[in-house]
Design a protein around this ligand. Structure first.
Ligand code: FAD
Length: 390
């Protein structure tokens, strides 16, 4: 009989191939050496020390556009990508967001929708981390309802001219290319915008209490003139941006469980060593109930992520299946972090431990890539046949 492993109680490692374990371990090893020792300080300072250098390191490891094929990109499986997201977010949700925005939003948008010329121009450099991308969909007054966006693009001669404001844009302060979605007379269209184009400015959003190890920007577009080649030629309407969000949400299904794992392991460790009333707090039934419930939700969440990853690689996922995973796993991850925080008592609010950082970060993860309510409405519509969005 194999022994019970308290860090892998369902023996989920046995469901991975040796190659998948190797991918996970190499990502974990790089992060342990190069990111983990600094990330709490980055969070406290509200900025990553050398983000472009970090992008190049991620590029060397094949983490950028990891699951995309061609253009010298790694072409790994969805499960490989998911396993990397777990490790990245076990470090910090902001660090995972840097990689997700680059690979699943900016690169995916270009890979899926841009002209061949633009793919050749941007994708190889984005894969190595020499070129950084961001993804501008949200606006100050239009978040959950992007179809009502106010950013416009109009035809001027052979060119296109963009005007508007995008808000809460990750990587926006230092990106080289921004994927921007804008209204035309014939519906929403996407553009790859070099950020050195006259009329493009990015302003850092400060005073965040969450995702502090990730730069977030407001993008202002004032008469940004682009050649027709910058336009995504085929796609119109919300189909374009939503296809990218589905990719990024898939990474979050996995990544959120990394933040949960890190918090749970910190709480488990603390419960076994911290003594009150003359015994380890892990010996009290109330603490054990918390640990047992966290253990269930963490490993159920990982199992769900693996199931969705295998299915994505085999036959693809429906948007509802991705919503199922994002809704469940982020909500449960946040609950695990909050419960872990109680186990650490006063130490739970200190950045000496990872728990409060993960907890605060997950408040952003709960909101971006579709809020809890949006995913409930997506599932609600699929279950009842009735749309309750408006
Ligand atoms: P709103 O849409 O105003 O929603 C406010 C509340 O109302 C929510 O609880 C929502 O669920 C609820 N609500 C809205 N409509 C309904 C309804 N019909 N029924 C019930 N409840 C409803 N965006 C990008 O484009 N690119 C990025 O890189 C990016 N990075 C981000 C990074 C961070 C740190 C954060 C916090 C956000 C980021 N976002 C980004 C924006 C994010 O996607 C939006 O915040 C999100 O879509 C929600 O929009 P909102 O904040 O405008 O909230």
């Amino acid at each position: 009989m194999p022994a019970f492993d308290r860090l892998d109680p369902l023996s989920l490692d046995d469901l991975l191939t040796p190659d998948e374990v190797a991918v996970r371990d190499s990502v974990r090893s790089m992060l342990t050496q190069q990111v983990q020792p600094h990330v709490a300080q980055w969070f406290e300072a509200g900025q990553v020390a050398a983000p472009r250098e970090l992008f190049r390191e991620f590029g060397k490891l094949g983490l950028l556009g990891m699951h995309l094929e061609g253009y010298t990109l790694p072409g790994m499986s969805s499960v490989d990508y998911g396993l990397a997201c777990v490790e990245l977010e076990a470090c910090d949700s902001g660090v995972r967001s840097m990689v997700s925005v680059q690979g699943s939003l900016a690169m995916y948008a270009i890979w899926r929708w841009a002209s061949e010329e633009e793919k050749q121009r941007w994708l190889p450099g984005m894969g190595t981390g020499e070129i950084v991308g961001c993804f501008g969909l949200t606006e100050p007054d239009h978040g959950s309802d992007p179809g009502s966006m106010r950013t416009t693009v109009r035809r001027v001669g052979d060119d296109w001219v963009l005007d508007g404001t995008k808000m809460w844009i990750s990587n926006g302060t230092f990106a080289d290319v921004a994927v921007v979605w804008a209204q035309t007379d014939e519906g929403i269209r996407g553009f790859a915008v070099p950020t050195d184009t006259p009329g493009f400015t990015a302003r850092e959003i400060k005073h965040k209490m969450s995702l502090r190890a990730s730069a977030t920007a407001e993008l202002v577009l004032e008469g940004v003139r682009l050649p027709d080649s910058a336009r995504f030629p085929e796609v119109r309407g919300l189909k374009g941006p939503l296809s990218c969000l589905t990719e990024a949400r898939f990474g979050i299904v996995w990544g959120s469980m990394g933040a949960a794992r890190s918090s749970y392991e910190a709480a488990l460790d603390y419960a076994r060593t911290r003594e009150q009333f003359g015994r380890p707090i892990g010996g009290f039934q109330l603490t054990q109930a918390k640990l047992a419930d966290m253990c269930l939700e963490l490993h159920k969440g990982l199992l769900l992520a693996l199931h969705l990853g295998r299915r994505k690689d085999d036959v693809g996922l429906t948007t509802e299946q991705v919503s199922f995973g994002k809704l469940n796993n982020v909500r449960e991850a946040l609950e695990i972090c909050r419960t872990s925080r109680t186990i650490l008592g006063a130490n739970g609010i200190s950045l000496e431990y990872p728990v409060i950082r993960h907890m605060n970060n997950l408040e952003s993860v709960l909101t971006y890539e579709g809020t809890v309510e949006m995913h409930q409405l997506i599932l609600g519509q699929a279950l009842t046949g009735e749309s309750a969005f408006s």
